[in-house]
Design a protein around this ligand. Sequence first.
Ligand SMILES: [Zn+2]
Length: 421
Amino acid sequence: MQSMTVSDKSGGNEVQGPTGFLELGGNVLVVDYGNVYMDGTEVGYLYEDGYLKNPGTESEDMVQWRLIDEVEGCVFRGIDASGIELTLPTSEYGGPTGNLIFNGLKFTVINGRITTEDHRIVGEFDDEGVVHVRDRKTKVARRRLDESNLLSVNFDGVKGNGNKWRHEYYRPLYRKDKPYYENEIIRYFQDYDKLTVLQKKYVVDSLKPWSSSGLLQVVRKSEGNAALGNVKHGAAGVTRVRSGMVDLDAEEFERDIDLFKRFGALAVVSTKYNPYVEVRVNLVVSHEFGHQLQFCLSQATQDRVAELYQARLKRSLKMQPPPPGYEGGSELCRPENLPNRLFISGYAKSSKEEYWAECVAAFSVPESRALLRQMDPGICKIITEVILQSETTFSAVLSEQLLDLQAALRVGGEFGEELVS
Ligand SMILES: [Zn+2]
C-alpha cells in the first residue's frame, strides 16, 4: 500500500471531484462532487485522478491518501465534475505510471490515467502508447487519437507490469522546436522556408486561429494546401474550385504584406470615382483559406451566410449606392459614409463567397476582428461557431475527425475560447 502527499488536502475546496457511487468493503457509498458519504456522514474524499482520502481517518495528521487501484474491491462509477461518465479504476489491468509531456505540457500518468496537477483526469494512456482524451466540450469520455490527431508524446516511467519504459511520438515532418499550430502552417504553406522573416510572420499571424483550432489541418486534408505561384488574374489569390488548392500570386502577396505593414489589416484606398473610396482587407492568405473553409461547411451553415449577405447587399445598394458609371461589384463609399458601410471591405460586397472569405480574413487577426464584431455581429457569431462548435457547423463527413483533433488540442493547451476573444 502506498500513501502519498496530495497537494490539496483540504478535501477538495478548490477542485470539484466526481459524483456517483463508491463500492467499498461490501458497502455502496455516495460520492457528491468528491465528498464521500456513508449514511449521510462525510467519511472521505475522492479525486478524479483516483486519489481517495481514507474513509474513517478522523484527525488531519492521520489522513492518508491512497490510490483507488490499491484499495481491494474498491470501484467508483459515476461522472466527473464536467458530467462525463467516469469509472475508477479506469482499467482493471492497470496501465503505465510516470511523467508525460503531451504537446509540450506536463501531465502525470497514474495506472494509465492522464492527470493534471489539480487532480483532474484528462485522458488515458496505455502500454502500447495509445492515447485517449476526455472531451469535456462534447462530453465524450474517450476519444481515441490516431496518427492524424495525436500530438507529440514523451513518456518516461513504467509500464503496467512495472518494467521501465520510455516512449516518444512526433508527428511526421514535425519540428520539435515549434508548437503544433506553427508546424501545421508550415505544412500548409508550400515553400514556407523560402519566405522572408516578415512574410513568415504575416502568414503565421493570419492563420494562427485556424491552425490552433485544428481547422487548418482538416481543411488542408480535404481541400489541399497553398502555394505561391503566378496567378495572373489581377487577383491576389485564387482558390481552384475543383481541387480546392490555393494559388497565391507572388507579386500580389508581396503587395498585400506591404499594405499590411503600412496600414494594418484594413486600408482605405482611393478609387478613380473621386471622392469615393474603398476599404481593403490586406489578408490574402486567410482570405483564400476562407474559400477552402467554406467548402467544408454544412449546407445549413452556408445558407445562414448567404442570408446575412443578401440582407447586407440590399441595405448597401440603398444606403451606399455606387457612384455613377461604376459597374464593379465592390462597395464604394464617400469618405464621410465609411463608418456606416455595410461590408467590412468593398470586395466583400461582390458575392456571398467573397463576403465569407473577406470576413474570415478580417476575423483572423485581433485588430480587424474587433471592428468586424462591431460591424457584423451576425457573421462573427457564425465564424465563432465554426471554430468552437464544429459539430453543428461543419459538413458531417468532417466533423467527427475535427472533434477528435480539437479534443486533443484542448488537452494539449493549444485550443481554447481565448482564440476567438
Ligand atoms: Zn476570393
